[in-house]
Ligand binder design. Structure first.
Ligand SMILES: Nc1ncnc2c1ncn2[C@@H]1O[C@H](COP(=O)(O)OP(=O)(O)OP(=O)(O)O)[C@@H](O)[C@H]1O
Ligand SMILES: [Mg+2]
Length: 470
């Protein structure tokens, strides 16, 4: 099995990576900012010192060299032992230098005036500033410096703090992030466990929905809705299979019984003929039933593709009427048609439409007693073609009316079974009408008979090229 990394782990990894990058950038920036701030503070201090020296030169210069030296000594003492000072008079004579400040001479010699740099003496860093001061009619050469050890120690401490705190913050953040992601995603695990437990036999089970109002509640609700649809589909199929088996059993057992009785002893030719006739009748009913079941099974699978081409609706209706009028004649039911001469174009499959009309006409004949009347009419209503089949038959009671389009539903099972019905005709008819974008409407009254209407959208491009649609 492919090794999977959980979302929680991945989220934590990304989060830690981003956190690490941000913390490193922050540390680096803080370090640089601190160093630059120290640098400018020290620089500012050195420049002030040069100013102090300038003041001394201007005020004490005229008093002579001794006064100057004393003043410089006092000034240097005031800076503490971290400060360094070296002053050379215009003649090139060294008039003052703090102790242990030989490196200042090198600074004065190497660099131009107003130059500032850091130098190391015996491992100790000095920030040095070299400048010239015009006073007393000449140019004095001045170098000031300050020891950086305090500052360097501060920077070292700061960096050390960063080295420890960044990984520590990172570890805490990673654990926190992992804990948070586990907490946020734990309902997903719960949903997975629940979904895993639901099998084909217990589709009635549902996933527990926590009313959190978030994506996970929506996910659970969506899965539950899907389960409901699956359950309904599963139940429909189970019921269909059970009903179908039940319907198939009856003609088979009738055929078997007829054959068994006929074979029990020797019989006259008429008796054999009767038995065979009954077997033939039942086998016809059986093949019709099997054909109906096949149509419905295909419609469920969505695999039957009807060639939807411009069709004159009068054509399939007339063929169906020709067949039905013969059946009506046999039953002495009067049969009238009102089908207009001009074509009524719809997009559809002629054979399927004929089957749909046959279903309705077959019912009309079947459920209309002798002496009744059947009327077929084809007309238009706005953008619809309407084929109506009206009979003066037994009608459908109002409590049965909502169900007659269901599979295997028969309003009066005992009677319709005698009439050869299995309750699939209208279910097939409905499917055909729906595939054509139409519907079947019914009005029925046991006292006056029924009227079934097939309503299909008219197609305006009657002579367009045939198109095949799913
Ligand atoms: N014109 C009608 N007059 C009275 N009842 C009808 C009419 N058409 C349908 N029905 C009622 O609706 C039920 C369902 O009709 P449907 O055509 O689906 O099945 P069926 O005629 O019993 O069997 P099948 O058509 O499969 O041979 C019928 O059993 C009948 O009770
Ligand atoms: Mg029928």
């Amino acid at each position: 099995m492919k090794k999977t990394v959980s979302i929680g782990t991945r989220l934590t990894a990304w989060y830690s990576l981003i956190m690490a990058a941000s913390l490193c950038a922050f540390g680096l920036a803080a370090d640089l900012a601190m160093k630059s701030s120290i640098h400018s503070t020290v620089d500012e201090g050195l420049r002030q010192r040069i100013e102090g020296v300038r003041n001394i030169l201007l005020e004490e210069g005229p008093k002579g060299i001794d006064a100057l030296t004393d003043e410089f000594q006092e000034y240097a003492d005031g800076q503490g032992k971290r400060g360094r000072l070296r002053v050379v008079d215009p003649s090139g004579k060294l008039i003052f230098v703090t102790p242990a400040s030989d490196f200042l001479a090198k600074a004065a010699g190497d660099s131009g005036s107003d130059s500032e740099y850091v130098t190391r003496v015996d491992g100790e860093g000095f920030h040095t500033l070299h400048d010239t001061i015009d006073a007393n009619g000449g140019t004095y050469d001045v170098v000031v410096a300050t020891a950086m050890d305090d500052y360097e120690r501060a920077v070292d401490r700061f960096e050390l703090a960063l080295y420890f705190s960044v990984p520590a913050i990172l570890i805490v953040a990673a654990f926190g992030g992992y804990w948070l992601s586990r907490r946020a995603l734990s309902p997903v695990d719960e949903i997975t466990q629940a979904a895993r437990k639901i099998g084909a036999q217990d589709l009635a089970q549902r996933i527990t929905v926590h009313k959190s109002g978030d994506e996970l509640e929506r996910l659970a609700n969506t899965l539950n809705a899907m389960l409901s649809r699956l359950e309904a589909a599963f139940q429909r199929i189970t019921k269909f299979t059970a009903d179908a088996s039940h319907e198939l059993r009856t003609p088979v057992s009738v055929m078997r019984t007829s054959a068994e009785i006929a074979l029990r002893k020797s019989r006259s030719e008429r008796e054999y003929r009767d038995a065979l006739g009954q077997i033939l009748q039942e086998s016809e009913r059986l093949s019709q039933l099997i054909e109906q079941l096949l149509i419905l099974a295909r419609s469920d699978a969505g695999s039957s593709v009807l060639p939807m081409i411009p069709t004159n609706l009068a054509q399939p209706l007339q063929s169906a009427c020709a067949h039905a009028s013969r059946l009506a004649q046999e039953k002495q039911v009067s049969f009238a048609t009102h089908i207009p001469e001009q074509p009524l174009w719809v997009r559809g499959d002629s054979a399927s439409l004929e089957r749909l009309f046959l279903v309705l006409l077959d019912n009309a004949v079947k459920y209309t007693p002798d002496g009744g009347r059947i009327e077929v009419q084809l007309s238009t209503e706005d953008t619809l073609a309407v084929a109506s089949i009206r009979d003066t038959g037994i009608g459908v009671a109002s409590e049965d009316l909502p169900h007659i389009f269901e599979r295997f539903y028969r309003a009066d099972p005992a009677r319709t079974r005698d009439l050869g019905g299995s309750g699939l005709g209208l279910a097939i008819g409905t499917w055909i009408a729906q595939v054509h974008g139409g519907e079947i409407r019914v009005q029925s009254d046991p006292a006056r008979g029924s009227c079934f209407e097939v309503r299909l959208p008219l197609s305006l491009n009657g002579d367009a090229e045939p198109v095949v649609a799913a």
